[in-house]
Design a binder for this molecule. Structure first.
Ligand code: 5GP
Length: 194
């Protein structure tokens, strides 16, 4: 999506450790117009797949997921992060290692919001090594829900997440695909195609 790529070029900041900082439109301050455009694009891509639920994880997945749910006219569920959980009977849970924070979090979803009747579209802000998405896949499997696909705002194609989803035969749609960071600059996959 050209609009997102332009915004990343304009406002993105490349940090050590292959981290892209986009806190003025996605990860801290949020641009609602851009989120809506992203939601429209995800909805267009998955419109004919009978999605019944949009699933993400707090907090930065919520904005694009919400707009996707708005456009698909389906509810949005976000997994909650906890350091530790004691009462887990009514929850589906998975452990997720955070790429940026370097800590493991338990994520959880109430059993009442996900079930075997659901066809799920997973949305997240970034795809790096695929741990966040893998955790969401795990909770879908516990719920016996069908995973229709994964929609990512910003994919770093040089990290392992892409391959992980391919191996699981899960459809992946990413709106901006980053092939590399070079000298503090972002190289998109379509730059390297040209
Ligand atoms: P993964 O689980 O795929 O390794 O990493 C995805 C999660 O880590 C995303 O939910 C996002 O919060 C965070 N993340 C991974 N890479 C980046 C990055 O380059 N920039 C930012 N801002 N967050 C990232």
């Amino acid at each position: 999506m050209k609009l997102l790529e332009e915004r990343i070029r304009h406002d993105g900041q490349v940090l050590p450790g292959n981290v892209l900082k986009v806190d003025n439109f996605l990860n801290h301050q949020v641009d609602p117009e851009l989120m809506l455009t992203m939601g429209e694009e995800f909805a267009r891509l998955f419109r004919d797949n009978g999605i019944t639920k949009v699933l993400t994880v707090e907090s930065s997945g919520i904005a694009p997921a919400l707009m996707t749910g708005l456009k698909l006219q389906m509810p949005v569920v976000f997994a909650r992060k906890h350091k530790s959980l004691t009462l887990v009977n009514d929850l589906y849970t998975a452990t997720v290692y955070s790429y940026t924070k370097k800590v493991s979090n338990k994520i959880s979803i109430s059993k009442k919001f996900l079930g075997a009747q659901d066809k799920v579209l997973i949305i997240d802000d970034f795809l790096a090594n695929g741990q966040a998405v893998a955790g969401l896949i795990e909770v879908c499997q516990q719920a016996q829900a069908e995973i229709v696909g994964v929609g990512i705002a910003i994919e770093k194609t040089f990290q392992r997440g892409h391959q992980l989803l391919k191996e699981k035969h899960i459809r992946l749609e990413s709106l901006a695909k980053i092939a590399a960071f070079e000298n503090g600059q972002v190289v998109f996959t379509d730059d390297s195609d040209n």
